[in-house]
Write a protein that binds this ligand. Sequence first.
Ligand SMILES: Cc1cc2nc3c(=O)[nH]c(=O)nc-3n(C[C@H](O)[C@H](O)[C@H](O)COP(=O)(O)OP(=O)(O)OC[C@H]3O[C@@H](n4cnc5c(N)ncnc54)[C@H](O)[C@@H]3O)c2cc1C
Length: 393
Amino acid sequence: MTQRSVPAHVVVVGSGLAGYGVLRELRRLSPEARLTLVTLDDGHFYSKPALSTALSKGKAADTLVTTSGEKMAAQLRLDLRSGRAAEAIDAQGQVLLTTGGPISYDGLVLALGALPIQPTLEGDAVHRLVSVNHLDDYRLFREHLADGARVLILGAGLVGTEFANDLSANGYRPTVVDPLAHPLAQLIPSEAGETVRTALADAGVDWRLGRKVVAVDHAGAGFRATLDDGSAVEANAVLSAIGLRPHVDIAVEAGLEVGRGVKVDATGRTSDPRIYAIGDCAEYQRGVAAYVTPIMAAARAIAPSVLGQPTDIRFPPLSVQVKTTACPVVLLPAPSGAAGAWSKTEEGPKGSKYLFRSEQGEVLGYVLTGELCEERVSMDRSLVQATTKGMAA
Ligand SMILES: Cc1cc2nc3c(=O)[nH]c(=O)nc-3n(C[C@H](O)[C@H](O)[C@H](O)COP(=O)(O)OP(=O)(O)OC[C@H]3O[C@@H](n4cnc5c(N)ncnc54)[C@H](O)[C@@H]3O)c2cc1C
């Protein structure tokens, strides 16, 4: 058997939490591996969830960066190819084609993130909508934000609701439009959504729920949005937070198996044995999971897997803290398509608790509000114990 004489060369595409998560694990496991990072941006490290609380924390785009790309490259001993786009994969030849030339790999990790879904709207200012899924988008958004500005937000999901909270808490005037009846409607039961709506309305958020924006036009120095009931909303900036779609184009072209995201097996490996996917671009066996906790779990398994030690990803309960200070919420979404129902199991001055139970009575999701959010750790622990017991039975 021929012995490998040169260290493995792992190429990671993308410098978000997923790309750096896996690079940190790779370097921890293998001091000798050759690690190359190809990224469209400058490779600066920042925590994306901080974008929707930056105003409250007194941060701007530049001060959200905790470590520069150069420092990350030095710390992790990376060959950093910043400002380069991965354009195609020659899977047969194990070569990544980039705007800076081809790069051969032993293992390739796709950490390409997701792309904002563009709303289909009429109007002469549609191109002026800002989506905040990247530090540079956030910089653009803040550049145009005068004190007290009116901001129209499209979408009352996690990102739209958190931005509404951050803006209203800092003297701005957000209006949120969403076709669904309450905020976070795809994640939490309607009564909990109503609690969030009321708390943020009291903090100054103007909700236009059950409505759609149909057009955005220039109006003076700002914008006028027309809603589907004919009403209008004037704003100085328009933020689109209607959702993301996993970035899969390169994977599709390379012939990898793709569903909603780049499909991976239990170890994070795609349909090509040398290529892995992680983060917002990936579709794990349990589905797309565009949050931080699954990234950390996947990074811990993908790093040994790509270095030749296949390791299954062990997902903890994927609960999420919604960073709405006006109404703290922790939620564990029920698996999509799961049969079952929400019920309120606790209500009091400290907040409320809701459980999503399957038809067999198994707890599959939960929502905590107010001070009851402190129960997150014990809720997650009890869910792990229930799953372990179920597997042993
Ligand atoms: C405002 C906001 C708040 C959030 N809050 C929370 C929260 O509280 N809790 C939570 O769990 N999750 C939260 N999330 C989700 C979480 O932040 C994301 O799931 C996570 O950051 C995704 O990381 P990623 O590395 O997969 O993708 P990204 O951060 O999008 O990184 C993708 C990388 O790929 C690069 N790239 C893309 N295409 C190419 C190409 N062709 N060639 C080279 N490079 C390329 C990009 O430049 C980028 O570096 C939030 C998201 C947002 C937007």
